[in-house]
Design a protein. Structure first.
Length: 87
């Protein structure tokens, strides 16, 4: 089965997610956060760098827990809406 190419909107949403996750990570290392979330550091680097634009829902939930940011806040960021406070 061939997956359809991502739309420009989906690409932008994935990049916004990566940026927000990187900001929420703060001073913590990618290794620390990735291990706590149960993913590889390379996966986290790809998400944060915009090279993995559609991570699984389970990965997003795990990262939201580790970074103490709600899934709703992450979804809002992906939609392009501005939020007053993340966390």
């Amino acid at each position: 089965m061939v997956r359809a190419p991502l739309t420009p909107e989906q690409i932008a949403a994935g990049r916004r997610l990566g940026t927000l996750l990187r900001e929420c990570r703060g001073n913590r290392t990618t290794n620390e956060v990735a291990r706590a979330a149960g993913i590889s550091p390379e996966t986290l680097r790809k998400i944060e760098g915009g090279r993995l634009l559609t991570p699984s829902f389970a990965t997003v939930v795990a990262l939201s827990r580790v970074l103490d940011v709600s899934v709703d806040a992450l979804a809002t960021a992906m939609s392009g809406e501005v939020t007053a406070h993340i966390g």
